[in-house]
Ligand binder design. Structure first.
Ligand SMILES: Nc1ncnc2c1ncn2[C@@H]1O[C@H](COP(=O)(O)OP(=O)(O)O)[C@@H](O)[C@H]1O
Ligand SMILES: [Mg+2]
Length: 342
C-alpha cells in the first residue's frame, strides 16, 4: 500500500511548549516511516506546511497534496494545526469527504474527547465514575465546590496549562487560577475535585467489538515533598530536566488486585466503546482514598511516541511497532468506502 503520513510541521509555532511537542511528532514521523517501509508498504510523507502563506491557502494545498499523491491510506499524526488543538478534528472530517481512509479515531470521537466538559458530561450520563466538576466561562465563581480542586483548560491536552498551581485549596486560589486559564488560554476553565490516589493509563487496541486491553501502566509519584500535588503536569510529561519528570517513573504492568483490575478494565472498555475510540486509545484513571476508580480522561488519538503510555503498554505486551502499524493500517484500509459522509 501507499501510505501517506500526515502531520503538522508547526512552522508558525513559537512557544516552548509547541516547539517541544512538534519535535516529538517529527521523531514519530521518522519512526513510522521507517517501520512502514520495513513491513513492505510505501511511505509518503505529507507535512502541513504553513510558512509563508495564510492558513486557508496552506490547508487547500495540503489536502490537494494528499488527494494527488494517490495514497491508499493515511496515517494520521496531526495533533493540532499551528498549535491549535481544537482544529485537529477537521482533518478526519475532510478525509471523510475525500473518501480517503485514515488511521485512528474519526471526527465524532475526536470532537467529543477533545472537549473535557463534553467528555465528562457523557460519562456522567453513562454512569462512568469521574470526578465532580464545574466549568467556568467568566471569572465569576458562583458554585460551591469541594477542595482541593484542580483547574484545567477545557480543550487542551499533553498537560498544557497544568502545573502545581493548578491544584487549588480555597476559593481565592480557585478564582485566581480560573482567571489565569481564561486569560492565557482563551477557553473555558474546567474545575474538578482533586483525586490524589494511584494513577493508571489503560491502553486499548482494536475496534469494537474486538477491543484488546494492553498491560495497564501506573504513574508513580516518588518522593514528592509534602504539599506538592501529585499530578502528571506539563513538566512531568515534557521537561526531562525537571523534578516532576525524574520523579514520575512508570511501572508497566501495574501491580494490583484482580478485582480492581477487572473494575478498571470494565470501565475503560465502556469508555472506548461509548466514545467510539478507533484503532488505538487510552483511558486515564485515578483511585480515590477508598480505592474507587475515577476516569480522568479519555484520549481518542493518544500520543504514539515510545515514551508515552500507549506504546509503552504495547511493547510491555510483547508486541512490536511493526505489529502495531501493520494492524492499524490494515484496519484503516478496510474502512475504504465506509468513511463516506454520513
Ligand atoms: N481531577 C483530578 N484529580 C487528580 N489529578 C488530576 C485530575 N485531573 C487531572 N489530574 C492530573 O493532571 C494530569 C493531566 O490531566 P488531564 O485531564 O489528563 O489533562 P491532559 O488532557 O492535558 O492530559 C493527569 O494525568 C493527572 O495526573
Ligand atoms: Mg491526560
Amino acid at each position: 500500500m501507499r501510505v501517506g503520513i500526515i502531520y503538522d510541521r508547526g512552522e508558525k509555532c513559537k512557544t516552548a511548549h509547541d516547539i517541544i511537542s512538534f519535535e516529538a511528532i517529527k521523531s514519530d514521523v521518522h519512526s513510522v516511516r521507517k517501520t512502514i517501509k520495513s513491513i513492505g508498504h510505501e511511505p509518503v510523507i505529507i507535512p502541513l506546511e504553513t510558512e509563508g502563506s495564510d492558513l486557508k491557502y496552506a490547508m487547500c494545498r495540503f489536502f490537494n497534496r494528499i488527494k494527488n499523491s494517490n495514497v491508499d491510506v493515511v496515517f494520521n499524526l496531526c495533533e493540532d494545526i499551528n498549535g491549535n488543538s481544537q482544529s485537529e478534528i477537521n482533518i478526519p472530517a475532510v478525509l471523510n469527504l475525500l473518501n480517503i481512509p485514515y488511521t485512528g479515531s474519526d471526527v465524532f470521537s475526536l470532537a467529543m474527547t477533545n472537549d473535557k466538559q463534553k467528555t465528562k458530561h457523557i460519562m456522567v450520563r453513562e454512569g462512568i465514575p469521574t470526578p465532580r466538576y464545574r466549568v467556568f466561562y467568566t471569572k465569576k465563581i458562583s458554585y460551591h465546590l469541594n477542595f482541593p480542586a484542580i483547574v484545567k483548560p477545557n480543550n487542551e491536552d499533553g498537560s498544557f496549562g497544568i502545573d502545581s498551581g493548578a491544584v487549588v485549596m480555597n476559593k481565592e486560589e480557585l478564582e485566581k487560577r480560573v482567571a489565569f486559564v481564561l486569560e492565557n488560554f482563551r477557553q473555558p476553565a474546567i474545575v474538578e475535585e482533586y483525586i490524589e490516589g494511584r494513577e493508571f493509563n489503560v491502553s486499548i487496541f482494536g475496534n469494537h467489538p474486538n477491543l484488546e486491553i494492553l498491560p495497564i501502566s501506573e504513574i508513580l509519584y516518588v518522593d514528592f515533598p509534602d504539599g506538592k500535588p501529585k499530578i502528571a503536569d506539563y513538566n512531568a510529561k515534557w521537561l526531562e530536566s525537571s523534578f516532576e519528570y525524574s520523579h514520575t517513573p512508570v511501572r508497566c504492568p501495574a501491580e494490583m488486585e484482580k478485582s480492581l483490575e477487572e473494575k478498571i478494565r470494565r470501565i475503560s472498555l465502556k469508555c472506548a466503546t461509548i466514545f467510539g475510540c478507533r484503532d488505538y486509545g487510552r483511558v486515564d484513571i485515578r483511585l480515590d482514598q477508598s480505592g474507587r476508580p475515577f476516569v480522568i480522561e479519555v484520549n481518542a488519538n493518544p500520543d504514539l511516541s515510545p515514551k508515552a503510555g500507549f506504546m509503552r503498554s504495547f511493547i510491555a505486551a510483547g508486541r512490536t511497532y511493526q505489529d502495531f502499524l501493520g494492524n492499524v493500517l490494515k484496519w484503516a484500509a478496510e474502512r475504504k468506502d465506509v468513511t463516506q459522509v454520513a
